[in-house]
Design a protein around this ligand. Structure first.
Ligand code: UD1
Length: 365
């Protein structure tokens, strides 16, 4: 049987840990030939290069180098670059993950070239169309031929939206595959020691959503909460380039300058996850961290009004608090007192999702 070429699309930081395990699983199958294409949506070395070394993703076969721009410019540049490459490489299937601009751009181009699209992490919805990622999710799912989901709720959502049952596969969570694969290395990594932190005696923060950092008032309310929390717990804040830019532009740094808040550069996977596994809790507006903390049993306070990952609330350790200063501090206080809820691990978040995906693709294409 002819070898089938599978183009794997990555662009932004959260894509790397999702593609790495699928790539590993594909390499075990002689019939399936992966081609790794990096759009270059994220380009700072600490947002991209460090992950290649740690996650065992081979170097990208193709790098498009699109960089920053408005969402339309960025998406258009990715589409223009990808069209040429997918034709040249004669891709038999294009795999996209998550909900970033690279995901939607690749799905549109592939669907129009009549190349089947596989979407990993299909069917997640925040029902908030002001989030760029929500548009990316909806469009990608409509155009996909294989929809791989992390939970049964997502299957139901897709069916409700009219997607054919035969296209939907509940396989589990590839992000957790990476976590389980590297868990030993994560735990022995030593970042906490190097930073002279005491386990369970600091709070880890990440923040980058436009709704939080592009709006001065929301950003200020969040920083006020950090200021209060830092009087009880040291805060470690690896800062996304977008957030740093906005903090400077809004002149908000003075709010936290004198507090126990360490602002540091974005970290690689192993360092960052070492800080996660040892933290008292995480305050975040990320999508993936809500899932990782659920699996690890670490309290996660999500600085958003909604989540496309409700299972992390109903089954896991996640709570939504928006950007209200009082709510953030109140939830942190529950954690500090030890009265915060405990969670459990959702079905099939077991480290084997990628193997399931590749088995299905091997049978179907
Ligand atoms: C993107 C994803 C988001 C994901 C996040 C993880 C979209 C719509 N958003 O958001 O879903 O959670 O990545 O990190 O795809 N920048 C740099 N260096 C970089 C990358 C970005 O300085 O390496 C700056 C850019 O100049 C830009 C800003 O950060 O102003 C935003 O970058 P962009 O890729 O558009 O979106 P993110 O906010 O990173």
């Amino acid at each position: 049987m002819r070898t089938k070429t599978i183009a794997l699309i990555i662009g932004a930081r959260p894509n790397f840990m999702k593609i790495a395990p699928v790539m590993r699983a594909l390499k075990k199958r002689r019939r399936l030939k992966p081609v790794l294409i990096h759009t270059g949506q994220h380009y700072d070395p600490n947002m991209t290069d460090v992950f290649f070394n740690e996650l065992f993703i081979s170097r990208p076969d193709i790098y498009l180098g699109v960089g920053s721009g408005s969402q339309a410019v960025q998406t258009a540049l990715i589409m223009t670059g990808l069209e040429k490459v997918l034709i040249e490489k004669k891709a038999d299937l294009v795999m996209v993950v998550g909900d970033v601009n690279s995901t939607i751009a690749a799905s549109v181009v592939s669907a129009k070239l009549h190349i089947p699209v596989a979407h990993v992490e299909a069917g997640l919805r925040s029902y908030d169309r002001r989030m760029p990622e929500e548009i990316n999710r909806i469009v990608t799912d409509v155009l996909s031929d294989y929809l791989f989901t992390t939970c049964k709720d997502a299957n139901r959502t897709l069916l409700k939206e009219g997607i054919g049952r035969e296209k939907i596969y509940f396989v589990g969570n590839v992000m957790i595959d990476t976590l389980r694969f590297l868990e030993k290395k994560v735990r022995s990594n030593g970042c906490v020691k190097r930073m002279k932190l005491k386990p369970q005696a600091y709070t880890l923060v990440t923040l980058h959503r436009p709704s939080n950092v592009d709006n001065r008032d929301a950003f200020e309310r969040i920083l006020s909460a950090f200021k209060t929390i830092s009087r009880s717990d040291q805060i470690i804040f690896p800062i996304h380039p977008r957030t740093l830019k906005q903090m400077k532009q809004f002149g908000l740094y003075h709010l936290i300058k004198k507090e126990r808040i360490s602002i540091i550069d974005p970290l690689g996977y192993l360092d960052f996850m070492n800080l996660v596994v040892n933290a008292r809790c995480i305050l975040t507006d990320s999508g993936g961290i809500q899932e990782e903390t659920t699996v690890l049993g670490i309290p996660c306070v999500t600085l958003r009004h909604n989540t496309e990952r409700p299972i992390t609330i109903t089954e896991g350790t996640n709570t939504l608090v928006g950007n209200d200063t009082k709510k953030i501090v109140k939830t942190f206080t529950l954690i500090l007192k030890g009265t915060y809820k405990k969670g459990r691990i959702p079905e099939l978040w077991d480290g084997n999702a990628s193997e399931r995906i590749v088995k299905i693709l091997n049978e179907k294409i």
